[in-house]
Write a protein of this length. Sequence first.
Length: 167
Amino acid sequence: MRPLDRADAAAAVDTVFAGLSPRSRYLRFHSPIPRLPAAVRDRLGDVDGRRQAAVVASACGRPIGIARVIGDGTGAGEVAVAVVDAWQRRGVGRELLTALAARAEEIGYSELRGSILPENIAMRGLAARVLPWARPWFDGDTVQFAAPIGPAAWTVTHEDLIADLVR
């Protein structure tokens, strides 16, 4: 597990994408994507370590998963995680999301947000295990979540109390 830098990001993105089944690609990108368009590949590989940061998990020298955060470098950052099919359900996603949360806090983010398809039970469970204080809600198409990190994670707000009562 290590931070992903711009020099090897494109190759890591290509390797992880190639290891995803059509179903995994659909769950990750919320759309059937047989090939990764160049513009999307470039965007996923554009990590600057401040606004857009990523961590990569490797096994035998090959990338097996990537987790990334994107935003303006402060406040909330949008999170995404992908693990190649051969390594799913082995704890790689948990390690990636945990490392990404720590990295996001280091570079100034105070909240992680995500958008998960309702049928992606594995990712919903992963988010709940790694970020158990996250506030999930259904927006009609996806399950959204917001999870404070760092000092903000230990602050109880009025929203938190209401969300707990509603659950």
